[in-house]
Design a protein. Structure first.
Lengths: 592, 94, 682
């Protein structure tokens, strides 16, 4: 395909102006994010950046996004569509802000609140701007919001249908009061919601300037053209994938309520310039909060395909058009009301991405990586702070190792694929919560062995510094390891363990508290001196580890990413240490 | 192919979900009913209805070995329509 | 005997020298090629070329990109990172987010450390209140020193958890290290960046250690070179915050030199803006590879603490907020994967450079486009020192234009337009991030290519006035001569507005103000410094603070401390509102850090009166400004321009080191200070 073939034709606006407007819109989304980060109260927002700012045209079609959380940017498409549909397109006035978090209306899960504002220009709506943010404390049965043993949606927090938070600039106090009365940390919620509204104002000003500069017609034509371009380029990318049907399956190991594993099965159908991910055959929905709604599943599908295609395609409505999701109602990937689902957006989402990767691993082998660690290692806690008696609650998560790639090792310690959050610095964490972090380190041998090794996971040890603290967790990949590809071995599994004060042994929570699942539980009480060990999984390996060039095995040994025992048994290399701490390596007899 | 749009009213006192018969998505407000074999089958949009018809999932296209699945498919279709009819009847009777 | 002050700005490609005659007020500038492998050569070479008698030099100021380059090219030292036990992987784990979504080929950045083995954990611990949980004992210090011996490090970086609250352990260890390893420079995190967030602080102290041996060779070698020539006086370097520091002192804290070159440009911009009475100015310095964009608000330079060496590798020291983008004369025009014309960030640099340099360049660059449009004079580039070859560019332009179905002229116009748009975008981010409307600003354009693009950029942004200072090509070097000696002292402690004792605040301010004054005196400043005070504040619950200037809080000043603090709180509310359109009036305000800047003013060159040189008349040549094709345009040498006489465009003002474009419909005036002022929409 020559460069001239790649030139878009049939567009209304010239290419230079289109580039300018596309960059301007994406920059605006980034600026919304900066405003949010600087003014929000929760470390979830000002450190972890667990929110997304997206812009839509006057019909509710997405026109721009930036480097936020992929899962939120996928579900927000459905959230905003629903909000506009349910309320109607003509009820908005300038200065209105609508809030919604109902997963059965398109949100990823209850903690993710979306604020929506219509942007007016000369009396008419020209755009919608939205901010979707994960409030750590949404009034759920467990402090921190993710209740590992929830059995229905009502236990997962205050569920809000589309409501006016502000009408024509006037705060709707009754709504705010209901929200504050149902959240454990209302001051934090207040500060966070104000920050979200501030970010929407930033976008409003920018869009107005853009139309001032280019005029309404060019603005509207340009946003349409950008959708056309994105659609065309995604279709080209799909055409480049060999036609056919590809299947794969993987497992969600349990659901916090029962011991039951759940299968996620996908049939990826590539048909010329369209692709369908059909989840028919997946297990029936789970009893515990591991379900996903249609929006969560579709969002994970978009995420998988965007990772396997050209990352420079503009992200707007057009890019989603050639991608279809089929998720039968009543299955784990499209649960029915009132099923619990808070873990779906963090745990099921990467599993869906992984099965699509697995399915396409042989169709486009030069692009697909092995499984990533595939869990957010969600650890939730809350209680009364011993210093001032104020209630605190937090959703703590970890990065994981990513899978070995066709041409390189996987990255170590990166947030799960459906997010783009940062970790909370220990100095911020300990300043806010009565917990000490004893250590936080990369875990050797956690990367799945392969020609290209999986990235490493971590181990973090926490000591409680308060007489009483309530903890919950939702982890995955504890009993089912992240898979390798093309002969690569699985990555090391995750874990969460407890060691009571003045004892020596680490125990699983099932062993210590009798929870149904060692990886999913809610509302257990820990005391001063009790310790929790969090292990984040590594990524799967890609390719046969016995083929890994011996210098790269040596480099891994030198850096302490693998131990000599692993070098011998998994990579077929004998190692002996040298005085300066590095290693000499030779192929082990008969292994390579 | 022929069909029509209907609008479901958002009922806050209960929560009925209308699932698209092809993709399973829950539809917020405007449901497309496609006339197929004398039945009104719900979809999230006419485009998606066309995809359903074009792919092997549509009963008319399943003329070979998957006859066994055909029965199940038809049952699914009828279930969807029945549910829709029930809800509309309930709404109309109020 | 004539007395001079000299500023020498060493960049990657060129070294600029500005010579200021203190008696006559005359300024002179020259540009030589840099010699990155032997820095002394260009440094002393430029001095010699300037014909300055060395005994006549009263002051010498040096700005350099040597630190930035070492950081970007990763050519620094073997650093040993000493940290709290359990946190050895801080520099490897980083912040866990991704630079690019959807790009599976993206690699997480590697730290400036050479190996994970070079991270040594120390058994000590301080908690979030600054209380010692595990004391640092002598036996442990001994153990750590033995490990360091084995490591054969060239520099050491120390960062313990919560050291910004309790400096004892870092001090203890640093003292021991400096005693036992006198030849290994030690960088200590609470000395360099007393801020929270352990990854950012670790990254900063590692970066400092990474370049310390280099600077500790660089500065003495320049000093020796100067001594050889007979220059024995003390000389200074410009820090990244625009203040000057004695060169020897600069070597103790080299990360402060990370923005040393561009800082000169910012300082000069501030002085010129003051001269013209302009409060709000956007500055743009366009060179061969990159453009640096800065902002002056209410006449003040803006600062940031979020400098990134590369994405994910921060250096969190306060420095002049300059945004650098890959847009310059050498930026390459090409067709990207989407089929769109893109310009930069890849650059042809100076070698092979633009096609018209004739050094083997084959990619069309912005300079080539400007030459095709006749905006550059092939015979007078860099004062005639570099001849541009017009015939060479046709092949490249024809080929690229053909692939885009454009004529070469349409292509050249598009290339320049896209480059201008990229620069305008950078300006939008810098002004818009603070909620400011560029239409209320003036644009100060300098660097070799800044005045060439300034008018068009201003038009895109609705900026009404463009200012082109004298010596735009060597403006950063001029800025070196306009800096003052400066010491910043910060004290970090969280205090709440509902619980604070104002007297406590005043006492602390007194303490750090006198420490700052002492340091200034040590650096040779004899008199009484001036002070600036500020407090970093946020609403209790937020994580990010804003710096708010406050009037001096001093004991014995007769001023009521409590009401001064109230005024500070009002200023904070107002600033918050201007940026985010809301305030939380009843919320408690948290004060996070307190800063005093002590300034030892130095006599600056006054820009002297301009005169129109005789004997050179203007010429006319056809220049392309838009789709209508070539139109006759006046070409004039800057020094021949009449003073205080508005002239209508189109016009091109040429001088050694830069070219200024005045588009049709605009009006330019050369004022009495030899500053060109363009009105975009007269």
């Amino acid at each position: 395909m020559t460069a001239t073939d790649a030139l878009p034709t049939g567009l209304k606006v010239d290419p230079v102006t289109l580039t300018v407007i596309d960059n301007y819109l994406a920059t605006t989304c980034r600026e919304m994010g900066i405003a949010m980060m600087r003014t929000a109260y929760s470390p979830m927002f000002n450190e972890s950046l667990d929110f997304s700012c997206v812009m839509f045209d006057r019909f509710g079609r997405m026109i721009s996004q930036a480097e936020f959380c992929p899962s939120q940017m996928g579900t927000i498409k459905f959230t905003v569509e629903w909000m506009i549909d349910e309320l109607g397109a003509d009820v908005y006035k300038s200065g209105d802000v609508i809030i919604m978090n109902d997963p059965y209306r398109g949100s990823g899960h209850i903690p993710e609140h979306t604020l929506l504002k219509a942007v007016f220009y000369e009396g008419a709506i020209v755009a919608f701007v939205a901010n979707c943010a994960h409030l750590a404390e949404p009034g759920a049965k467990a402090p921190g919001g993710l209740s590992g043993d929830a059995t229905d949606i009502f236990q997962e927090g205050l569920r809000l249908p589309p409501l006016w938070l502000q009408r024509e600039g006037v705060p709707q106090e009754d709504i705010w009061k209901i929200i504050f009365a149902n959240h454990r940390t209302p001051k934090t919620t207040h500060g966070d919601l104000m920050a979200m509204m501030g970010s929407l104002n930033v976008a409003e000003r920018r869009i107005t300037s853009l139309i001032d500069r280019y005029g309404m017609e060019t603005y509207q034509d340009a946003t349409e053209d950008l959708m056309t371009i994105a659609e065309r380029r995604m279709r080209e990318e799909i055409r480049a994938i060999p036609d056919g049907e590809y299947t794969f399956k993987d497992v969600i190991e349990d659901d916090g309520v029962s011991d039951h594993p759940y299968t996620v099965r996908v049939r990826v159908v590539v048909d010329d310039d369209q692709i369908t991910c059909d989840f028919t055959g997946s297990s029936e929905q789970a009893e515990g909060p591991m379900n996903g709604t249609f929006a969560v599943t579709a969002s994970a599908v978009y995420n998988a395909l965007m990772h396997l295609t050209d990352p420079t395609i503009p992200r707007n409505e057009g890019v989603y058009r050639p991608i279809h999701t089929v998720a039968p109602p009543g299955t784990i990937v499209n649960c029915e009301f009132p099923a619990p689902l808070v873990g779906g957006n963090t745990e099921l989402s990467p599993r869906i991405t992984d099965v699509i990767f697995g399915a396409l691993a042989n169709a486009i082998p030069d692009r697909v990586p092995a499984s990533l660690g595939g869990t957010s290692c969600c650890f939730l806690f809350g209680g009364e702070h011993p210093d001032d008696g104020e209630f605190y609650s937090h959703f703590h998560f970890e990065g994981i190792g990513w899978g070995g790639r066709p041409r390189k090792d996987g990255n170590s310690q990166i947030i799960v694929i459906n997010g783009n959050c940062r970790n909370t610095p220990v100095e911020v964490f300990e300043s806010r919560y009565p917990i000490r972090v004893e250590s936080y380190r990369l875990l050797e041998d956690s990367g799945g062995p392969g020609l290209n090794r999986g990235g490493l996971g971590i181990e973090r040890i926490l000591t409680m510094q308060t007489d009483s603290i309530t903890v919950s967790a939702i982890f995955n990949r504890m009993t089912v390891d992240p898979f390798g590809l093309h002969g690569g071995k699985p990555g090391m599994n995750s874990g969460i363990y407890v060691r009571f004060a003045d004892t020596l042994d680490w125990r699983t929570f099932t062993d210590a508290f009798g929870t149904e699942s060692p990886s999913k539980f809610a509302n257990l009480t820990l005391r001063r001196g009790d310790q929790v060990k969090i292990v984040a999984p590594g990524g799967g390996g890609w390719g046969d580890p016995m083929q890994r060039p011996i210098e790269r095995v040596k480099a891994d040994l030198d850096e302490g990413f693998i131990t000599p025992a692993a070098a011998e048994s998994l990579y077929g290399v004998t190692a002996s240490q040298v005085a300066d701490g590095t290693w000499n390596v030779t192929p082990a007899a008969g292994r390579r | 192919m022929s069909g029509r749009w209907i609008e479901r009213s958002p009922m806050y006192l209960s929560f009925d979900i209308y699932n698209c018969n092809y993709c399973g998505k829950n539809v917020p407000r405007n449901v497309w009913l496609e006339e197929m074999g004398g039945e009104s089958v719900p979809f999230c949009s006419p485009d998606v209805a066309q995809i359903y018809i074009r792919t092997r999932r549509h009963p008319e296209n399943l003329r070979h070995d998957d006859a066994g699945d055909l029965t199940e498919e038809l049952r699914e279709v009828r279930r969807g329509c029945a549910a829709l009819r029930d809800r509309r009847e309930v709404a109309e009777s109020k | 005997m004539t007395a001079y002050r000299i500023g020498i700005d060493t960049g990657g490609t060129f070294t600029d020298l500005v010579r200021f005659d203190i008696t006559t007020g005359e300024l002179f500038s020259l540009k030589v090629s840099s010699s990155p492998k032997e820095p002394l050569k260009a440094f002393i070479g430029s001095l010699k070329d300037s014909d300055v008698p060395l005994e006549g030099i009263e002051g010498l100021v040096h700005g350099t990109t040597v630190v930035t380059n070492a950081l970007i090219t990763r050519s620094g030292s073997k650093v040993g990172f000493i940290c709290t036990k359990g946190y050895e992987d801080t520099a490897y784990i980083q912040r866990v987010n991704r630079q690019f979504l959807y790009d599976l080929t993206w690699d997480k950045p590697t730290p400036l450390l050479r190996s994970r083995r070079h991270c040594i954990g120390v058994n000590e611990r301080v908690n979030a209140k600054g209380q010692v949980v595990v004391p640092l004992v002598l036996a442990e210090i001994d153990r750590v020193c033995r490990e360091i011996e084995d490591g054969e490090f060239e520099a050491l970086a120390v960062c313990f958890l919560f050291s910004y609250l309790n400096t004892d352990h870092e001090r203890q260890l640093a003292a021991a290290l400096r005693e036992r390893f006198p030849d290994i420079p030690v960088s200590v995190s609470h000395e360099i960046a007393p801020i929270w967030r352990e990854y950012e602080r670790s990254s900063t102290v590692i970066a400092d250690a990474f370049v310390k041996p280099l600077i500790q060779r660089y500065v003495p070698s320049l000093k020796a070179g100067l001594l050889d020539c007979g220059f024995t006086k003390p000389w200074s370097m410009m820090k990244s915050n625009g203040g000057l520091m004695d060169a020897d002192a600069a070597a103790l804290n080299p990360i402060q030199l990370a923005m040393s070159g561009p800082a000169g440009g910012a300082v000069a911009s501030q002085r010129i803006s003051q001269l013209l009475g302009l409060d709000n100015v956007v500055t743009i310095d366009v060179g061969g590879t990159s453009a640096d964009v800065g902002l002056l608000l209410n006449g003040q330079i803006t600062y940031t603490t979020e400098y990134e060496i590369e994405w994910g590798i921060p250096a969190s020291i306060p420095l002049i907020d300059i945004k650098t983008i890959g847009a310059g004369g050498g930026s390459i025009a090409f067709i990207n994967t989407g089929g769109f014309l893109q310009v930069g960030p890849q650059s042809a640099g100076s070698v092979p450079g633009p096609i018209c340099y004739g050094c083997g360049g084959t990619s069309v660059t912005v300079t080539d486009a400007n030459l095709h449009l006749r905006r550059l004079n092939s015979a007078y580039f860099n004062g005639g020192k570099l001849r541009l070859n017009e015939s060479l560019i046709n092949a490249g332009l024809d080929d690229l234009a053909g692939r885009l179905d454009m004529t070469p002229t349409q292509l050249a116009l598009a290339v320049v337009d896209i480059a201008n748009e990229n620069m305008a975008n950078a300006i939008r981010m810098v002004s818009i991030e603070r909620g400011h409307d560029p239409r209320h600003f003036a644009l100060l354009a300098f660097g070799g290519a800044g005045p060439l693009h300034g008018a068009a950029i201003a038009k895109k942004l609705g900026i009404p006035t463009v200012v082109v200072p004298p010596y735009p090509g060597g403006f950063c070097a001029l800025g070196l001569l306009m800096g003052d000696l400066r010491v910043d002292k910060v004290w970090t402690q969280a205090l709440r507005s509902d619980r604070v004792q104002p007297d406590e605040v005043v006492a602390r301010f007194d303490q750090i103000a006198s420490a700052a004054a002492d340091e200034l005196h040590q650096q040779g400043f004899p008199g009484e410094p001036t002070f600036e005070y500020s407090i970093n504040m946020r609403y209790l619950g937020q994580n990010y603070e804003m710096e708010v200037a406050v009037p001096a809080l001093r004991s014995g000043s007769g001023v009521n401390a409590a009401s001064q603090l109230c005024a500070a709180y009002s200023a904070f509310h107002a600033k918050h509102h201007s940026m985010y359109q809301y305030t939380m009036d009843d919320a408690v305000i948290e004060m996070v850090s307190f800063k005093v800047i002590a300034i030892g003013p130095i006599a600056h060159p006054q820009i002297s009166n301009a005169t129109a040189a005789e004997g050179e008349s203007s010429t006319v040549r056809d220049v392309i400004f838009g789709a209508e094709g070539p139109i006759p345009c006046t070409i004039i040498r800057r020094r021949s321009m009449p003073v205080n006489q508005p002239i209508s465009g189109p016009m091109i003002v040429e001088e050694e080191g830069s070219t200024t474009v005045v588009e049709p419909g605009m009006v330019v005036t050369r004022n009495e200070y030899d500053i060109l002022i363009l009105e975009v929409n007269p």
